[in-house]
Every structure is written in structure tokens, then in C-alpha cells.
Ligand binder design. Structure first.
Ligand code: WT7
Length: 655
């Protein structure tokens, strides 16, 4: 909870998020853990030395002269050093004799599968690099990638990295306008796409959206198209090129040039709900060092034996860092799945875990809560005993979702690591380490070794144990964004102006009595009720801890008496039925008991669905529109805009 120390009259809710369950690391995992407890002190004693050691995980053509050059707020890491990201992800493993090792077990949504070894991946990347060069792409040019979740997406990214052309991946579910504005902002020269991809059992078109987006954008010289679904596509001669024509005839050798450590690796636009999307820029050496280290440390990765699965889309930073660059730089074997969790049935994820013997699985709380809603009988039908570490990312994980995940997916055996980070941070920043840190449902616990994250109050003072405020990062970190593409002023203003000399991610946080960190969501999601700051996350977690609730979204609505009043939207668990007045009272009382009477929602509405962005974040802004009886704002970034119609139907005055 964010406290307001400058207003001493405002008491605080001391019992918010009282979570007493603790899960110590399993003894066998702790005994053999990649990272030991002393890593925190070692890293703190010599932070730059620590990161220098992590950079040593990579293969450098030329070593760096300086670990860090810091002209606040602009950082350069490993300056003078040169390396090639694609060589680090692929070639060096083949050269070390691991060519036959599986890089990806790929599973298409319709059930088709492909097994891609490191040697095959290397050949494919070299061919794609040669094809891009032939299409006139040169070092520094931007290449847009708008693809389904297929192996060619990884190949395309690595081919760009190989030749030093920063990639700019746009999530395949985004609209023509979203793609177009990102192409404009990044000035991309080539777009790589597919005819379509499979989602929810149907082929969905991608090429058609690219056609519409590039129609008035002559800056795009070529569109390179992978055939995935075989659906009909329009064709513009001279501009459009089939992947199987342009790539597959190329030589499988390509001499890779080593790029500067600070050479741009990619741009990824953040999904900003209202303002213009920000092109977050990541560079090569520092980014790769931190994603490689965090993937190994936070998941206790044993590259020889683990089967790692990030169930996210490559169109998000989670996919960039933990489907592509982290796992490949560590020479790991990953699972990559094209489709949705309920196609063709609700057990699809667990079937995949069983089939490939997945040992580490990483997914978002929104997915976990969906699985809770479907019921524990679904995963119970599969053998999930291969799992040994589970991860969560994307938003605060409610304690109830955490314990459900640990119990029903992890067999009450696996640690759950709640990893806090952002597109901007590039890699995991705050997280338990599974062999060291105890698990506390709902807490991201501690900054990983080498990261100086802190919780501060309004005046940038570090809060004591038990205090709340904002998460900040004190020192530059290797995978940090290097800026906003084309807009250095906006970079300074967005991240470095709230607190002098500190990076401000925009999230509320608190430090509990043990000194462990809890993330409380975006500061814009904090409500002010009768002078109390109450975070939407806390009330949502209280609601989800009720046995009849599967999912909850909370927003503050203007209230003449309390300033803001809490309005909650809940989805009930499968077996509960419709609810009714009795249940609403029961839920209000439940929140009152767990958080205190001040946190009781004024209104609780039972709904069948919640509005979410395509990255799974609840759009509280739209719920606030509903709660305040306003017409809805922009719904174009919703996964499914019909959700708002469904909610509106149930609630008079919501449209
Ligand atoms: C925002 C970043 C990190 C990759 C995927 C999302 C929220 C993320 C957690 C977590 C609480 C979290 C924050 C953050 N967030 N992980 N473990 N606990 N909040 O990347 O789209 O850039 O979103 O997601 O609010 O600022 P993103």
C-alpha cells in the first residue's frame, strides 16, 4: 500500500496483504542451486565486477574497455567490446558440439509439430541473413516482424541481429493502425510476416493487415512472407517475396560480423493505453548478459537437462527475453507453442507439459486465474511431475493464484518465482531465487544480485520495513532501455523526472515486516478512498481469496462522500452459478474482514468476462468508465472488444 507520509492525519491499513504462508526452497533444489545466498553480498560489494563476470557468460570477439559509462540518465555497458547476438545464441553452441541438441520443441495449434536443433537453427538463421542482405537490408536498417508463433519468427529475429539490423516485433494480434504507426515511428524498411497463423482453431490473417498497413508507406521496400496456413493472399509484384523462395535457396553459411556492445538489437513498443506508444530501445552486450544471467539464476536453469517453457507471445518482451535471447544464449531446450490454452481443449497447456517433460514453466497471472476458473480437475488429468520451478510475470500475482499454481500445477513441490520487470528493464529485476529465497505468495521478494531496486516514499526516502511507496532503481543495469526511439526528452521525462537521479518504473510497492518487496501495480491504479491510498491489487487479491471467486478487477469511481469509491467486477468460479445479492454481501464482508472495513467495495458486479489488453492486463480505465456511467474510451487494444458489450448488457447504463 502506498502510504502518504506527508499527510500524517491519514492512518494506514496495517493489515493489508497479511500473508503468512511461507514455502522454503526444496532441499534438493537448494543443495544443487546455480546461485547461492552469498551472491547478493558478492554482487553488492563489487557491482560492476559482478556484471563483468556475467558478461563473461557470452562469447566476445573483442573484450570491453569499460564496464559502464554513465552520463545520467544515459548508460553504455561494456563499451569497446564487440560481439554478435546470433553467434552467441546459435553458432557457438554448434561449435561446442551441441548441434544436435534441441533448441525448440515447437507445437502448432492444430497439433503439427517441429523439432529444431541448434544446427538446424544455425542454418536457417544464416539463410535468412543472406536473404535479408539480398533484399537490400543493411546494418542499422529497421526490420518489422509481424508473425504468428512459429520457428521462423525466431529465425527472423536472429537473422536481423546477425546482420545488425534492429528488429521491431509487433504482436500479431495488433491492428493495422498499430502496425502502421510502429512502422512509421521506427522507419522500418522491410516487414516480415506470414500469410496467417492459427488462433482458437481458425487461421487468422496477417498478410492482409500488412498489405493495408504498407499501402501508403513506400518506405517499406519489401514484405517477406512465410507460408503457414496456406490461405489466399493478395500479392504485390516486386514488393512481396515468399520466404520459401527467397530464404530456402540461400547458402547456409554466413560470416557474422561482431557488432559494438551498444549496437541497437531491437525496438519494442510498449502497449501504452492512452498515450503514443514508446519505442523502447535495447542494445546488444548488456541486454544479452542480463537476460542470460537472469534466465540461468532465476529459473535455476540446468541447460543439459531442463525443458524450459515460456507460455507467452514473442510479440512481448517476455518472449524476446525468455523465449529467444535468454534460453538460446544459455543453450537451453525450449518449448514454443503457437496457440491459445483452450484449443482444442482446456487441458492443452498441461498436455504440452506432459508431452515434452517440461521442467520449468513461466506464464502470466491472468492465465493462471483462467486455469483456476476452469477448475483443478483439468490439470489433474495430466502428469505434471516433470515440473520443478514455476514462474509468474506481467502483473502482481494474487496470493490465491500463487498457491493454486503451486499446488495444482507444481504438485506442492515446486518453488514459484514471481518476477517483476518491464519492457524497459529488458530482463528480470526483482524476484526470488528458487534455491535461496523462501516463497511468499504474492511477493516478488528481493532485487536479484547486481540490481539496486528500492522502495521509496514521496520524498525519495527509502521506506523502513512495513512501509509503502514506489519502486525505484538506484543504479543503471546492463539490460536497461537505452532510450525511447527518437525521443530522448520523453525518456528523461517519463522515467527520470519523478525522483532526482532514480529510475521510476511507475509501479507502487511496499516492503513488508521482513524487508521483502511486494509490487502493487501501476501507480495510476491506486485509489484514494476517504483519504486512504488503497491499491486495486490488494482488493482484487482479497476478492480472489474467496473460494467462489475466480477473477476480480477493481477500480475507483468518483464518489461524493468518499472521494473515490471501490467498484469491483468479479468472475465466479465455474461451479458457483450466478451469485445474487447474498453472494455480493458475502464478498463485501470478506474484503472487510481481510483488509479492513475501509476497503469494502461500494459495489460488486458479477460479470462473465473482463476487458484485457492483449498482453493480459486488465483495462481498469474501461471499467472506470462503466462504474462512472460514462461512454467507453478507446477499446482498440482489447483482446476482444465484445467483452464490453457483454458487460454492458448485464449492467444498465454501461454503454
Ligand atoms: C509492467 C510492465 C515484464 C514483462 C511483461 C510485462 C507489471 C510485470 C510484474 C510482477 C507485479 C508486474 C508492472 C510493470 N508487472 N511483472 N511480477 N508483479 N507487477 O511487460 O508490458 O512492459 O509491463 O507490468 O506494472 O511495470 P510490460
Amino acid at each position: 500500500m502506498a502510504e502518504t507520509p506527508q499527510e500524517p492525519g491519514h492512518e494506514t491499513l496495517s493489515n493489508l496483504l497479511q500473508e503468512s504462508r511461507r514455502f522454503p526452497p526444496p532441499a534438493d533444489l537448494a543443495a544443487d542451486a546455480n546461485v547461492r545466498a552469498d551472491a547478493y553480498e558478492t554482487a553488492a560489494a563489487d557491482r560492476l565486477g559482478f556484471w563483468e563476470e556475467q558478461a563473461g557468460r557470452l562469447q566476445w570477439e573483442r573484450p570491453w574497455d569499460n564496464v559502464l559509462e554513465w552520463e545520467p540518465p544515459f548508460a553504455k555497458w561494456f563499451t569497446g567490446g564487440t560481439l554478435n547476438a546470433a553467434v552467441n545464441c546459435v553458432d557457438r553452441h554448434v561449435e561446442a558440439g551441441s548441434g544436435d541438441k534441441v533448441a525448440y520443441h515447437w507445437e502448432g495449434e492444430p497439433g503439427d509439430t517441429r523439432t529444431i536443433t541448434y544446427a538446424q537453427l544455425k542454418d536457417m538463421v544464416c539463410q535468412a541473413a543472406n536473404a535479408l542482405l539480398e533484399l537490400g537490408v543493411t546494418k542499422g536498417d529497421r526490420v518489422a516482424i509481424y508473425m504468428p508463433m512459429i520457428p521462423e519468427t525466431v529465425v527472423a529475429m536472429l537473422a536481423c541481429a546477425r546482420i545488425g539490423a534492429p528488429h521491431m516485433v509487433v504482436f500479431g494480434g495488433f491492428s493495422v493502425d498499430a502496425l502502421g504507426s510502429r512502422i512509421d515511428d521506427s522507419d522500418a524498411k522491410v516487414v516480415i510476416t506470414a500469410d496467417g497463423g492459427y488462433r482458437r482453431g481458425k487461421p487468422s490473417a496477417l498478410k492482409a493487415s500488412v498489405d493495408a498497413a504498407v499501402q501508403d508507406r513506400p518506405g517499406v521496400r519489401h514484405v517477406l512472407v512465410v507460408r503457414r496456413t496456406g490461405q489466399d493472399v493478395e500479392w504485390t509484384e516486386g514488393r512481396d517475396v515468399w520466404w520459401h523462395d527467397a530464404v530456402e535457396r540461400q547458402s547456409t553459411s554466413h560470416e557474422a560480423e561482431a557488432h559494438d556492445a551498444e549496437h541497437p538489437l531491437y525496438i519494442m513498443y510498449t502497449s501504452g493505453t492512452t498515450a503514443k506508444p514508446k519505442g523502447i530501445l535495447h542494445t546488444t552486450g548488456g541486454y544479452l548478459a542480463q537476460v542470460s544471467y537472469t534466465h540461468w539464476a532465476v529459473f535455476d536453469l540446468k541447460p543439459e537437462t531442463d525443458v524450459f517453457w515460456t507460455a507467452a507471445d514473442i510479440g512481448w518482451v517476455t518472449g524476446h527475453s525468455y523465449i529467444v535471447y535468454g534460453p538460446l544464449s544459455n543453450g537451453a531446450t525450449s518449448v514454443m507453442y503457437e496457440g491459445t490454452p483452450d484449443t482444442p481443449h482446456k487441458g492443452r497447456f498441461w498436455e504440452i507439459v506432459q508431452k515434452y517433460g517440461v521442467t520449468i514453466a513461466y506464464m502470466a497471472p491472468t492465465a493462471i486465474r483462467t486455469f483456476m476458473k476452469w477448475g483443478e480437475d483439468v490439470p489433474a488429468q495430466y502428469d505434471l511431475s516433470s515440473l520443478r520451478v514455476l514462474g509468474s510475470v506481467g502483473e502482481p500475482i494474487n496470493p490465491e493464484a500463487y498457491t493454486w499454481y503451486r499446488k495444482n500445477i507444481g504438485g506442492d513441490r515446486t518453488p514459484v518465482v514471481d518476477t517483476w520487470w518491464q519492457t524497459e528493464t529488458g530482463a528480470i529485476m526483482v524476484s526470488p531465487l528458487p534455491g535461496v529465497t523462501e516463497g511468499k505468495p504474492g511477493a516478488a521478494m528481493r532485487p536479484i544480485p547486481g540490481i539496486t531496486a528500492d522502495v521509496v516514499d514521496d520524498q525519495a526516502r527509502s521506506v523502513p520495513d512495513g512501509g509503502g511507496g514506489f519502486i525505484v532503481v538506484r543504479d543503471p543495469w546492463p539490460a536497461m532501455l537505452r532510450g525511447i526511439w527518437g525521443d530522448p526528452e520523453r525518456y528523461k521525462e517519463t522515467y527520470w523526472s519523478r525522483f532526482e537521479g532514480l529510475y521510476f518504473p511507475g509501479d507502487g510497492a511496499k516492503r513488508d515486516a521482513d524487508g521483502d518487496i511486494w509490487l502493487l501495480g501501476r501507480v495510476d491504479d491506486v485509489m484514494l478512498v476517504s483519504g486512504h491510498n488503497i491499491s486495486t491489487t490488494e482488493v482484487e487479491s482479497a476478492l480472489v481469496s474467496h473460494p467462489k471467486v475466480a477473477e476480480a478487477a477493481v477500480t475507483g469511481a468518483t464518489d461524493p462522500v468518499t472521494g473515490q469509491a471501490i467498484v469491483a467486477f468479479v468472475i465466479l468460479r465455474g461451479e458457483v452459478g450466478e451469485g445474487g445479492e447474498g453472494l455480493v454481501k458475502e464478498l463485501r464482508d470478506h474484503v472487510g474482514t481481510s483488509l479492513g472495513p475501509i476497503a469494502k467495495p461500494r459495489q460488486i458486479m458479477v460479470v462473465p468476462e473482463l476487458p484485457k489488453t492483449r498482453s493480459g492486463k486488465i483495462m481498469r480505465r474501461l471499467l472506470r468508465d462503466v462504474a462512472e456511467n460514462r461512454s467507453l474510451g478507446d477499446v482498440s487494444t482489447l483482446t476482444d472488444s465484445s467483452v464490453m458489450d457483454i458487460i454492458a448488457e448485464k449492467l444498465p447504463g454501461a454503454k
